[in-house]
Each structure stands twice: as C-alpha cells, then as structure tokens.
Write a protein that binds this ligand. Sequence first.
Ligand SMILES: Cc1cc2nc3c(=O)[nH]c(=O)nc-3n(C[C@H](O)[C@H](O)[C@H](O)COP(=O)(O)OP(=O)(O)OC[C@H]3O[C@@H](n4cnc5c(N)ncnc54)[C@H](O)[C@@H]3O)c2cc1C
Length: 156
Amino acid sequence: MFVRELSREECIGLVSSNHIGRLACARNDQPYVVPIQYAYSTNRLYGFSMPGRKVDWMRTNPRVCVEVDELAGRESWKSAVIYGRYRELADTREGHDEHMHAWSLLEKRTNWWEPGGLKPVEEGVAAASHHLFFVIDIDEMTGRAAGEDRVDLASH
Ligand SMILES: Cc1cc2nc3c(=O)[nH]c(=O)nc-3n(C[C@H](O)[C@H](O)[C@H](O)COP(=O)(O)OP(=O)(O)OC[C@H]3O[C@@H](n4cnc5c(N)ncnc54)[C@H](O)[C@@H]3O)c2cc1C
C-alpha cells in the first residue's frame, strides 16, 4: 500500500462530495467525537443540531476538528482532516442570510434534519424544540489517500 498527500483542491473535492464527518471538540482536556451530517460551501461546513454536550462544549471552546473519509477497501481510502472554529448561526436580522443559506444547503438531502434533530426517546418531546444551525469556519485542511500501487494511487 502506498500513501500520498492530497492537494487542497482534492481535499475540497473529498469534503464537498461527502456529507458525513466525525466532529471532535474538547473541554478541560477531554476530547469528544460524534458523527455529524454537514454541507460544504466555500471554506465552511454547515450543520444542524439540538442542544447537548457537543454544543455546550463548542460554545466553551470553539476550536474543533472534523474528519471525513471514503473507504473503497482496506488498501484504498481517502481522508481529510479539517481544523476550524465553531460558530452558531442566530436567526436574527443580521444572521438571517447565513442562517437561510445553511438551511438551503442542508435541505438538499432527504430527511436532513433527522440525525441532528432527534434525541433518545426517554428525553421527551420538550427537548426536541430548540434546534440550531452552526458553521465551522475552516482554518486548515490536510488530506491523504492510499492505494495498492503507485499507478492506482495517482488515479484514485
Ligand atoms: C450518520 C449520523 C449523522 C448524524 N448527523 C448529525 C447531525 O447532523 N447533527 C447532530 O447534531 N447530530 C447528528 N448525529 C447524532 C450525533 O452523532 C449525536 O448522537 C447527537 O448530536 C447528540 O450529541 P450530543 O453531544 O448533543 O449528545 P447528548 O444528547 O448531549 O448526550 C451526551 C451523551 O450521549 C453520548 N452520545 C451522544 N451521541 C452519541 C453517539 N452518536 N454515539 C454514542 N454515544 C453518544 C455521549 O457519549 C454522552 O454520554 C448523527 C449521527 C449519525 C450516526
């Protein structure tokens, strides 16, 4: 197996053609990682969530990391690691346009709101009302790809 680095354009291609990533945040030296659905647009990831641990932690420490990957086989994969900052999109007069932009990008996927909009049933319906949109402004992105041989790797 050979591994190579992805260019920035290849990283953008990988991130924009996928919609599931692993979002890592940290508080008091404790990392926390959860899968999320996102939409990529011009150096930003847009997401939808209910309040909870990750939102609490990202409000305290907005520095986050997101990993996105495509696995074609054990020796054929691509992944991107994004370093960025969390920002909540308030549905205010000033924030309205970006709020609507996030909504319009995310709603392109069927049932887009479901994974971020539902909590375990025992938490009750009351918890299911205060959803929010957020954005991760990308500071840095790295990528790697693996292939079985050099030729396969170049075309992968
Ligand atoms: C494919 C996929 C897409 C998803 N897309 C989104 C999305 O777009 N937006 C979104 O907000 N959520 C999404 N989720 C759900 C997400 O992974 C979290 O479960 C959810 O956001 C709750 O996180 P929280 O920090 O608010 O947890 P809380 O409800 O505050 O609960 C915290 C507790 O639950 C545990 N916990 C939370 N989530 C998980 C989990 N997934 N697996 C195991 N333990 C968990 C924590 O360890 C902690 O003990 C998605 C999940 C999957 C699998």
